[in-house]
Ligand binder design. Structure first.
Ligand code: PLP
Length: 352
């Protein structure tokens, strides 16, 4: 018999469109977007570009494609981008920058994904061709997924910008969860986005849309990105059905992200009591709780399996952590259930 999952904390990509979102999708005006004729896609692109304070936007099927298009725009074959060693672009996009664009990468260490400006600035390789590889781009992730939903300090981002600008080195923000950083801090999306040539944001994570991301930048950069999107196979036709879900999410699902943050923090406090050292609740700033398994007596695989058996799904994230992510489809009751299960399991071995 399979256990009924009562709190699915595997990822914030699991959300299902709400009835209101489905209604918005069903009534969306559409056209052929490859010909630039889908009014709902245009509206979404303009809305996101406006929110982020950039000239233009482009809808993409995924966050990975938006990131890869940005890399393609900013870095020529044989040049490099740099990012932290836990960044999604380097850990979870299957080497796409190398495979698709002939780009090399170097990384800096960032505990919890937290940006220390000295790290990228020390790593920059400025105009060293033709013998060494020159740095063309710095990528920053905010919030930081594998770091545990970490919000980057805006001063740190600005310090990196100040250090890269004199050398003409560009910056791209992987803002898959920039909405969470905005809601948690009250800092305007445009202020977060101001230090970057391009920014990618996801509609299909905490915002609850089924598909899609938007890449924003200058009109020139986005014009070029449209050509590469088609080349990469990302030209979509009547995509307004999907864009309508994104517009609906922007209208109704941004401010509620604060609930996800509160629930994740509540769970963190309970876990820290059950197994001291497994998480510092102060570090749970948004919707992601990264539990260190070492102080719990469980391995990540064992803990994830025991959670699933009890009706709670989590993700074994590397050799020493389980990741739990809050989203639109996990309410207070599901959170209370997850906390009961988590504290029960953590308490078992932490005590013995
Ligand atoms: C930080 C970050 N960037 C990019 C992506 C890629 O998004 P997608 O799964 O839509 O390709 C993810 C997905 O989880 C992510 O967490």
């Amino acid at each position: 018999m399979t256990t009924r999952i009562r709190a699915d904390l595997l990822s914030d990509t699991l959300t299902r469109p709400t009835p209101a979102m489905r209604a918005a999708m069903a009534s969306a005006e559409v056209g052929d977007d490859v010909f630039g004729e889908d009014p709902t896609v245009r509206a979404l692109e303009e809305r996101v570009a406006g929110l982020l304070g950039h000239e233009a936007g482009m809808f993409t099927p995924s966050g990975s494609m938006a990131n890869q298009l940005a890399l393609r725009l900013h870095v020529r074959p044989g040049e490099e981008f740099i990012c932290d060693s836990l960044a999604h672009v380097v850990r979870a996009e299957l080497g796409a920058a190398a495979v698709l664009s002939g780009i090399t990468t170097r990384t800096w260490r960032a505990p919890r994904g937290l940006l220390d400006p000295a790290e990228p600035l020390d790593l920059l390789s400025v105009g060293v061709g033709p013998y060494q590889v020159s740095t063309s781009l710095v990528v920053v992730e905010n919030t930081h997924n594998f770091g545990g939903g970490t919000i980057q300090p805006i001063e740190a981002i600005r310090a990196v910008r100040a250090g890269t600008r004199p050398h003409g080195i560009r910056m791209h923000l992987d803002g898959a969860r920039l909405w969470n950083a905005h809601v948690a801090t009250g800092i305007a999306l445009a202020d977060w986005a101001a230090s970057f040539e391009t920014v990618s944001v996801c509609l299909s994570k905490g915002l609850g849309a089924p598909v899609g991301s938007v890449l924003v930048g200058s009109a020139e950069a986005i014009g070029e990105a449209r050509v590469w999107r088609k080349r990469f196979g990302g030209g979509m036709r009547q995509a307004g059905i999907l864009a309508a879900a994104g517009l609906h999410a922007l209208e109704h699902h941004v401010e509620r992200l604060a609930d996800d943050h509160t629930r994740a923090r509540r769970a963190a406090v309970a876990c820290a009591q059950a197994a001291p050292g497994c998480v510092d609740p102060e570090t749970v700033q948004t919707n992601i709780l990264m539990l260190s398994t070492q102080p719990t007596g469980w391995t990540p695989a064992e803990l994830a399996a025991a959670l699933t058996d009890a009706g709670v799904r989590g993700y074994p994230a590397g050799p020493a952590a389980v990741r739990l992510v809050w989203h639109l489809d996990v309410d207070d009751a599901a959170t209370a259930y997850a906390i009961d299960v988590l504290t029960g399991l953590l308490g078992q071995r932490a005590r013995s």
